[in-house]
Design a protein around this ligand. Structure first.
Ligand code: ADP
Ligand code: MG
Length: 188
């Protein structure tokens, strides 16, 4: 359970806490705005996406949260057992779909096209996605199995109505360790 109240905004001074207070109202869902949280490991992307998911759930909406690789594997199994349409339809049901760790593990061409279908379908129905990634947009071709055309078609849809938040800085985990004297800061 990662909540917005537990997030230390003082540790991330570049992050606008008013923006998160606004996102917590769920208004961004009305026109299917997407939220993309980008940045290196440990800066709070998963924490913030789960926290917003909890806010949306508390507003009474259905929320589905998964890692991008888990979703790709689930859909690959669905292809194998002739259930793809059913699974894709199920992914249209939640008010917000949270895809964590997009780009951490490379997708093969089939997984890339399945992820694309999820993005395209939700876009078509103006349904929000929250995504986290360690990859900057210029590297999204790598996420889509080096298919630059699919990557730009996905980004086009994702970014059309979106809020993009780039989080920088030191990993919160390492920072805590360093402050406890058990780790040194990584070189920049
Ligand atoms: P990321 O998904 O960007 O790799 P996480 O959200 O998993 O990072 O954060 C790593 C750990 O540090 C989690 O336990 C998270 O709750 C905590 N954390 C990160 N940033 C903050 C912060 N600013 N305030 C409180 N906890 C944080
Ligand atoms: Mg994470």
């Amino acid at each position: 359970m990662k909540r917005l109240e537990d997030f230390d905004f003082n540790a991330q001074p570049a992050l606008d806490r008013r923006l998160f207070a606004e996102l917590a109202t769920g208004r961004f869902l009305q026109d299917g705005r997407n939220l993309l949280l980008l940045g290196p490991p440990g800066v709070g992307k998963t924490h913030l996406s789960i926290a917003l998911g909890i806010c949306v759930a508390e507003l009474g909406h259905r929320v589905y949260c998964t890692s991008a690789m888990e979703l790709a594997q689930k859909l690959t199994r669905a292809v194998d057992s002739n259930r793809l349409q059913r699974e894709l339809n199920a992914l249209q049901q939640p008010k917000v779909l949270i895809l964590d760790e997009v780009g951490y593990l490379p997708f093969d061409a089939v997984q890339a096209s399945l992820l694309f279908q999820v993005i395209a379908r939700r876009y078509q129905r103006q349904q929000s996605l929250i995504m986290t990634s360690n990859k900057v947009f210029g590297e999204w071709g790598q996420i889509f199995a080096n298919d630059a055309i699919m990557a730009s078609a996905a980004l086009d849809r994702l970014l059309h109505r979106s809020t993009v938040i780039n989080i920088r800085g030191e990993s919160y985990r390492l920072r805590e360790k360093r402050q406890a004297g058990t780790a040194h800061a990584l070189p920049a």
